[in-house]
Write a protein that binds this ligand. Structure first.
Ligand code: XMP
Length: 520
């Protein structure tokens, strides 16, 4: 991973902690650009003038198992301030001549630390109190301080909870200032960044917008760029950013698979073509998708058929545009870290994901990924700066294969029509009751089961509608949303009374894991 060349930054060297991304988020929240790089990938020759401070993350390693990690120690001796967190604190102490031992009392969870000496790193951290609660998670600890280091704070079990070498500007903390459980933890990070590194703020949505537009212009010059627009947050922000940067040299392709939510194709065309005046090619491929999916009920087959056809259609239209050099994609920072992570383990494949990842290789296009250093909430803020309306920015995620994977079994026109209506009514009810934004994702699904009901003294034999609404941080794990009975009754009545083809509504109360968010 190469580092951003032009911006001053705090470099976060990742030793595999589950909180490394949080450190980056906290610095961004402080208005400071930061980048994460694996300890295995950073070498001293990559350290340049733009790096104003270095943070060594925590990690599951033991400093004495040096065969398990590699770290170019020269990085520490460029005159740049260093803050070591947990494992980072231990490795910093060891490199500087101290010792690290397994502690008698492992500390996991809250601990109380008290001040021993003054230092810029604790400026306003303790406020007027003698001690403060911090969050610890360690089995090892520094047992002997290196020469010229001073203790700034201790806990009952960690004598060296905060340490400093003032002349080298080296700081170590045994706890995790980046987690919210550490009282006032951000103060440690802001003291390091502003008081010790003397960093000047350089990160806001407005700055970003201007900077990203310039970068895109420099990267693509006068060439044509294509972009697959889905109407979701990431591709919408990419499209609008490129629209501002290169105007008509951008060609967005929006494929209507026939498996979108009710009226979605009209909303996308109205927003992007009519309101934002983006160069949008609308492809109605409904018939093609439905005929390829005819008689297919296997979930993986559905996903593969949809993914491949999507790529084929995209390529077909891209060829018509001629001389395209670039493909714009909404890759975000977590995607980038995850796919190139040090600790990222190979997980077993649960579902084939439908996206345009396979395109650049086949089409020999260069990638434009303007969001690759941003987190999702930063993308949302950027979207607002770019005049995208709140509705687009805060929409629930929608999977590429669309309604096909919310309709287990065979896909038919009739079922799609019923499902679109049910989903529309459910989402509308969420909005009407002020619940939409409390929920990470919600949808209706149509199960391939018919059950008996009674309506107006007549027997009915119709489909089963399943509702799913979950809360989540990132879609990796999820819990079901606990609706009030009143709301469930209203929605159920609306669906059954208004939609021919459904006579029963059920609510999915499984979490992820063991279930997944989508049904297929
Ligand atoms: P699962 O069902 O794996 O879903 O728990 C996690 C999140 O990913 C979305 N999802 C997809 N998004 N293409 C996408 O762009 C896909 O093929 C796809 N499959 C699932 C899902 O909606 C949820 O937000």
């Amino acid at each position: 991973m190469s580092l951003e060349k032009n911006l001053d930054k705090i470099l976060i060297i990742d030793f595999g902690s589950q909180f490394t991304q949080l450190i980056a988020r906290r610095t961004r929240e402080l208005g400071v650009f930061s980048e994460i790089i694996s300890h295995k990938k950073i070498t001293n020759d990559k350290i340049d003038q733009t790096i104003k401070g270095i943070i060594l993350s925590g990690g599951p390693l033991n400093v004495y198992e040096s065969n398990k990690y590699s770290f170019d120690k020269k990085i520490l001796f460029n005159g740049i301030p260093v803050l070591g967190i947990c494992f980072g604190h231990q490795i910093l102490s060891k490199v500087m001549g101290g010792s690290v031992k397994q502690s008698k009392h492992r500390e996991f969870g809250l601990a109380n630390i008290y001040k021993k000496n003054d230092s810029e790193i604790i400026h306003n951290f303790f406020k007027n109190k003698k001690s403060s609660n911090v969050w610890m998670s360690h089995a090892d600890q520094v047992s002997k301080l290196p020469k010229n280091f001073k203790v700034i704070a201790s806990s009952q079990n960690s004598k060296f909870a905060i340490v400093e070498n003032k002349s080298l500007k080296f700081y170590g903390v045994q706890f995790h200032p980046e987690v919210t459980h550490t009282e006032n933890g951000t103060k440690i990070l802001s003291n390091f960044i502003f008081l010790i590194c003397k960093f000047k703020k350089n990160w806001s949505s407005k700055d970003q917008k201007i900077k990203l537009i310039k970068e895109v212009q420099n990267q693509v010059g006068n060439n044509k760029v294509i972009c697959a627009l889905s109407g979701g947050v990431d591709s919408s922000v990419v499209a609008q950013l490129l629209n501002k940067a290169i105007g008509k040299k951008l060609y967005c392709i929006f494929v209507n698979t026939g498996l979108l939510r009710k009226d979605e194709e009209n909303q996308v065309v109205n927003t992007f073509k009519k309101r934002l005046k983006i160069n949008l090619i609308y492809v109605n491929a409904e018939k093609e998708f439905l005929s390829k999916l005819y008689n297919v009920s296997d979930p993986e087959k559905k996903r593969k058929i949809i993914g491949n056809l999507f790529i084929k259609i995209f390529e077909r239209y891209a060829k018509k545009i001629k001389d395209v050099k670039f493909l714009a994609q909404g890759t975000l920072y977590p995607d980038l870290i995850e796919s190139r992570s040090v600790t990222g383990s190979q997980t077993s494949k649960i579902k084939s994901h439908h996206n345009v990842g396979g395109l650049p290789k086949r089409m020999k296009l260069q990638l434009v990924e303007p969001l690759k250093f941003l987190f999702k909430d930063e993308v949302r803020k950027l979207g607002l700066e770019l005049n995208l309306n709140h509705d687009i920015i805060s929409r629930h995620p929608f999977p590429g294969p669309g309604l096909a994977i919310r309709m287990p079994g065979l896909i038919t026109k009739e079922k799609i029509k019923i499902l679109k209506e049910a989903d529309y009514l459910f989402i509308k009810a969420l909005r009407d009751h002020g619940l939409y934004h409390k929920i990470w994702q919600a949808y209706a699904a149509l199960l391939p089961v018919k059950t008996v009901g009674v309506m107006g003294d007549n027997r009915t034999y119709e489909f089963l509608c399943l509702l799913r609404a979950i809360t989540s941080e990132d879609g990796m794990t999820a819990d079901y949303y606990d609706f009030k009975k009143n709301f469930m009754q209203t929605v159920s009545n609306q669906i059954v009374n208004n939609i021919r083809g459904i006579n029963r509504v059920v609510y999915d109360v499984t979490s992820k894991p063991p279930s997944t968010i989508e049904l297929e």
